[in-house]
Unconditional design. Sequence first.
Length: 147
Amino acid sequence: MTANSAGKLYTTELLSLATELSGFPLTGDWALAGKARSRTCGSSIRIGIEPDGQGRIARVGLAVTACAVGQAAATIFAREALGKGRQEIATALEEIENWLEAPEVPAPQWPGFDALYPARAHPGRHGALLLPWKAAVDALCKAGNSG
């Protein structure tokens, strides 16, 4: 990656989002736990989820070992995950995967996701971008309620 392309990928907005990740610490006990790892870059994430009575996310904590793209993606995920159930998270993951694969596919409808648009042109970062949704699906699949 050249310095010029890195400048386009690591925007001020993306870097700012990466620093917000500290607002979602993975501390204490969690009812549900999940993890994901990118085979492309080695980035990883662990997630803790407290579901509400309907199996929807009531609280989320994250431990992320990733580049700024993965960290920003985790923040974007955590900001909007509350109230969502397994099917909503799985649908969002599928939308993101399709968007990364095909230029004609519309962008995912996840609020704040537009900050991640520059990463689409960097296939080496796709795995890191997907981590929070994959880890959440992993955690939510361990619950008895499909939400």
